[in-house]
Design a protein around this ligand. Sequence first.
Ligand SMILES: O=C(O)CCC(=O)C(=O)O
Ligand SMILES: [Fe+2]
Length: 227
Amino acid sequence: MLIVVPDLLDAAGVAHIRALIDAAQWVDGNVTSGHQSALAKRNLQLPETAPEARQAGQMILDALGRSPLFIAAALPLKIFPPLFNSYAGGQAFGTHVDNAVRIQAGTGFRVRSDLSITVFLEEPESYEGGELTIETHFGVQQVKLPAGQAVLYPSSSLHRVEPVTQGRRVASFFWMQSMIRDDAARQMLFDLDSSIQQLALDRGHDDAQVIRLTGVYHNLLRRWADA
Ligand SMILES: O=C(O)CCC(=O)C(=O)O
Ligand SMILES: [Fe+2]
């Protein structure tokens, strides 16, 4: 599944996060890479332990927690603390798959990466290139979203960041473990949930069919979920 969360952060939220991270000390992005991706990666990142990254990351986690679309699509169990990257002057990240397991420096907090997310923090008109290119079962998708919007995609998919040839691309990127490990199962639950929400609007929340389908949704979740 590839899902866009269009209204994750408002303009004030983006500005606040940018003020925090723009003032911080950026380092070579290879600090978070596995061996294969280190070869392909040229960018800057904020260190995981930077206080600015922690604070801006918490703002992003709070925004995710307030997004019904994100919750329904991701069914998150554990979320890795958000990281921040910056690409300029031809920097890029070649085709790769994200590491399967992420371990947080210092705490040892472990997350299996089922879903990856990019939160765009720069307006697309202000830089050239920098598309997040994702190879899906239905072909190649290129994603370049307005600041404050996010895209969610399976961590198992091959993806890359195209070279940024003008301006600067700033984003937050991180991984999460879903209660539903299997992408197809998670997609079915999301489709079912979306249809139930629409039916409830059309027929009322106390409609007998809506109540029964809501039961089916929760009973499937009970069967399949890690919690
Ligand atoms: O910045 C992005 O959109 C994604 C970065 C990425 O793929 C990674 O750091 O693994
Ligand atoms: Fe990646």
